[in-house]
Design a protein around this ligand. Structure first.
Ligand SMILES: Nc1ncnc2c1ncn2[C@@H]1O[C@H](COP(=O)(O)OP(=O)(O)OP(=O)(O)O)[C@@H](O)[C@H]1O
Length: 266
């Protein structure tokens, strides 16, 4: 990506967000009146107790579900009022990394290039099939694997990787198709400090490339280390959103303070 591309992404002020969203499952409410957006070129951490709705929020941002009420907006446009093809195009601008890497039983390289193929439109996909191993596919795969420090493992079978390496491949798979927004659900929850550091660095690289990153994490130290803004979620509501330093040092909400101080039992 050129410096001009990055600057262009940043200046556009583009964002992905939810506006006054409430959502539940089988008649049970999970999210209540949630408003949050992530702009390109920033990292937003969503923290909060287990079962509080962080994954549900990421899944709504990933356009997996239509919210019961409220809007999911990309660049200010309500995604669920778009046509199906427009929404599909919007979805292609978003990458998601789940808590479980869920790799395919093939090499590292094929896992990453598969992500690239599946996200392309059918025309591009056909072109890709005709020119399997084309240079742009290969360089996108190599670049993404380089970001997570796995450029030397391309030919390795995915089932021979450690949990941390597998999660790094899942990250590269999401990165390879050049998403504008990257949604990460507890990407380092079971990882050792070294793999955690690699993923955190990759998040920062994504930010510096002008991507908007939203990460749900239990790890408050991680939120403090990487995020520009933090959103604290409790029982499906966002009780505090603000710049990381301010939220950690002087949260406005009493419950957010308790959660940050580790006094909130959950
Ligand atoms: N597809 C679903 N069907 C029914 N209930 C669901 C579904 N997805 C989530 N829930 C419920 O919504 C609530 C919030 O879950 P969610 O996974 O969003 O929380 P979370 O904050 O990400 O939790 P954790 O930190 O443990 O991953 C939970 O009570 C969960 O059981």
């Amino acid at each position: 990506m050129t410096t001009a591309d990055v600057a262009d992404r940043r200046q556009s002020g583009a964002s992905l967000g939810v506006s006054a969203v409430s959502h539940g499952f089988d008649g049970t409410g999970v999210l209540e009146d949630v408003t949050l957006s992530v702009e390109r070129g920033e990292i937003v951490a969503i923290i909060g107790p287990s079962g509080t709705g962080k994954t549900t929020l990421l899944r709504l941002l990933a356009l997996f579900h239509e919210p019961d009420t409220g809007a999911v907006e990309m660049d200010g446009t309500d995604v669920w009022s778009m046509s199906r093809s427009e929404r599909l195009a919007a979805r292609r601008r978003i990458g998601m990394v789940f808590q479980e890497p869920n790799l395919f039983d093939t090499t590292v390289r094929r896992n990453v290039s598969y992500g690239l193929q599946i996200r392309r439109g059918w025309r591009e996909r056909l072109r890709g099939l005709l020119a399997l191993g084309s240079s742009d596919t290969l360089s996108a795969v190599e670049e993404a694997l380089g970001v997570v420090g796995l450029d030397d493992s391309k030919r390795q079978p995915a089932d021979s990787l450690s949990g941390g390496e597998a999660q790094r491949v899942a990250f590269a798979r999401a990165l390879a198709y050049d998403p504008e927004y990257l949604l990460l659900d507890e990407p380092t929850s079971d990882l050792d400090p070294r793999n955690t550091a690699v993923i955190e660095e990759a998040m920062q690289t994504a930010r510096s490339e002008g991507r908007g990153v939203a990460v749900a994490t239990h790890d408050m130290n991680q939120a403090e280390r990487v995020a520009d803004r933090v959103a604290v979620m409790l029982s499906g509501e966002l009780i505090e959103v603000g710049p990381t330093e301010r939220v950690f040092s002087e949260p406005n909400d009493r419950r957010a303070r308790k959660f940050i101080d580790g006094e909130l039992v959950y």
